[in-house]
Ligand binder design. Structure first.
Ligand SMILES: [Zn+2]
Length: 487
């Protein structure tokens, strides 16, 4: 009904109508309310249903989402694990193969000699080569100088016999001119831990070649030596001469004279050895005649020193004579041996030096061999573990249809492959100082220190070594110290 000015009055009239009319309006009103209530209930029901449905949808989609995420995470971890295990297995088998190859080559490559070999000088190069092949396991003997060939064979026999045949020898010997990396070297050895059974000893033929012509220089040395002996009290400090005893000097002077008078009786190698012995004696004198070396030595024994020496060392102001004399007195009192170096020198010393390198590498190869055997065992254990893990992955992946898996089991790699690093030693200043007692060359590297000391040990000089040298030799894993200590 539209409310217009014309019908406004009638509406107002209706308003004040008697109760009956009101009743009927109320009835009508109630009907409407009921209908509306019904509608609302339905709507609510409908809404509730809708909400329920959407919640259901939400829940389902959420669950699906979680499932998808969980599944993809699981799948990634699973595949990642599987791949990791597979890669690890491959790597391990590859690594293992390296050790297996080394062990096989080592076991078949190492050859020892008879417990004792009798050496007889060969009369021809062919004979010398045959001797080397049959007795010393030398496959390739490349030499054209019979004297040198006999010298090499003789040295290798002495070395082999000393260790009752249980030390490997070089497999190849080359003694030709210019076939040496450093022309200043008398000899060199080419050796690798991985192919320890296939070392090559090279001799610089040239270094012996013109030795007879240098006999004059030997004479110079002899006269020098005599001068040293005769005029020592005038020219040299009393303390210096104590380093090399008068007896030693007398013997040396005699030897000098003899070689000079009987040049032809001595081999090139003996003359060379004599020359080296002179160099060593001189080096020893020079070493302890050097104030700085004396101070360096005394510094390591500070507690036992008298006050004036201590003060000199602390202030850096030295009275050379006092320092040197005290050093030698101290050595005598404490039994410290100034004598060092490859003193007593035989004609074989250059070969002993190279064999010292070989012996050290041989000891390292033994360690590497033992480690390799352990590594192979560990690799097998590890492979077994990883293979089981992989089999588990392959079996389980087909069975898994749902995503309710908390986490994938991780492979535990308990067995790690350890590769052996060869010894890597470095010299500090103190080590260099000790090595210099052996020789200038010994101070160039730990390897050379070991080889030089080894050569001296082969000469039977162990009784002449002071404790510093012996301790350093042990520390740098010099070979065969036990053997020499037993002697
Ligand atoms: Zn060397």
């Amino acid at each position: 009904m539209l409310i217009t000015p014309s019908n406004l009055k009638s509406i107002q009239t209706v308003k004040y109508l008697p109760n009956t009319q009101t009743k009927s309006a109320n009835e009508h009103k109630e009907m409407n309310v009921q209908n509306r209530q019904k509608n609302i209930d339905e709507k609510i029901k409908e809404l509730k249903q809708k909400r329920k449905n959407s919640l259901k949808k939400l829940a389902i989609s959420s669950l699906l989402l979680v499932a998808v995420i969980r599944y993809s995470i699981f799948r990634n971890i699973w595949n990642g694990e599987k791949e990791l295990a597979q890669n690890f297995l491959e790597l391990m088998q590859k690594n293992k193969q390296l050790f297996v190859n080394f062990v096989e080559k080592y076991e078949s490559g190492i050859k020892y000699q008879a417990q004792h070999i009798d050496f007889k000088p060969a009369n021809s190069i062919e004979e010398a080569k045959a001797f080397a092949k049959n007795n010393l396991n030398i496959e390739n003997f490349d030499a054209d100088d019979l004297e040198i060939a006999n010298w090499i064979n003789s040295a290798l026999v002495k070395y082999s016999n000393k260790f009752e045949g249980k030390r490997i020898l070089p497999r190849n010997v080359v003694c030709k001119d210019k076939e040496i990396s450093n022309p200043n070297n008398i000899a060199e050895i080419l050796t690798k831990i991985s192919e320890i059974y296939n070392s090559t000893l090279r001799i610089n033929k040239e270094s012996f070649e013109n030795f007879d012509e240098t006999i004059d220089s030997l004479y110079e040395i002899q006269t020098l030596s005599e001068k040293l002996h005769l005029t020592d009290k005038m020219q040299l400090k009393r303390s210096v001469i104590k380093v090399t005893t008068e007896n030693e000097l007398n013997e040396y002077a005699k030897k000098c004279q003899e070689i000079y008078e009987n040049k032809e009786k001595y081999s090139r190698f003996q003359k060379k050895a004599f020359f080296t012995e002179y160099t060593n004696k001189k080096a020893k004198l020079d070493f302890w005649n050097n104030t700085e070396n004396c101070v360096e030595f005394l510094k390591t024994r500070l507690i036992e020193l008298p006050q004036d020496i201590n003060k000199m060392i602390q202030k850096g102001k030295f009275i050379p004579k006092r320092i040197k004399e005290y050093t030698l007195e101290f050595m005598q009192k404490t039994g410290y041996k100034p004598t060092a170096g490859v003193e007593a020198q035989s004609e074989y010393a250059p070969i002993w030096h190279e064999l010292g390198h070989l012996a050290q590498r041989e000891d390292e190869a033994k360690i590497y061999y033992n480690d390799s055997v352990t590594n192979i065992k560990n690799a097998d254990k590890s492979s077994d573990l990883v293979s089981k893990q992989l089999a588990y992955y392959n079996k389980t992946i087909n069975k898994i249809k749902h995503f309710f898996i908390g986490h994938t089991p991780m492979v535990e790699y308990k067995y790690k492959l350890v590769t052996t690093e060869p010894y890597k030693f470095e010299f500090d200043e103190k080590d260099k100082f000790i090595a210099k007692m052996i020789s200038e060359y010994a101070a160039s590297s730990p390897d050379e220190f070991v080889a030089e000391t080894f050569a001296s040990l082969m000469e039977g000089n162990i009784g002449k070594f002071n404790e510093d040298i012996i301790n350093a030799y042990k520390r740098f894993k010099g070979p065969l110290l036990d053997f020499f200590e037993k002697q």
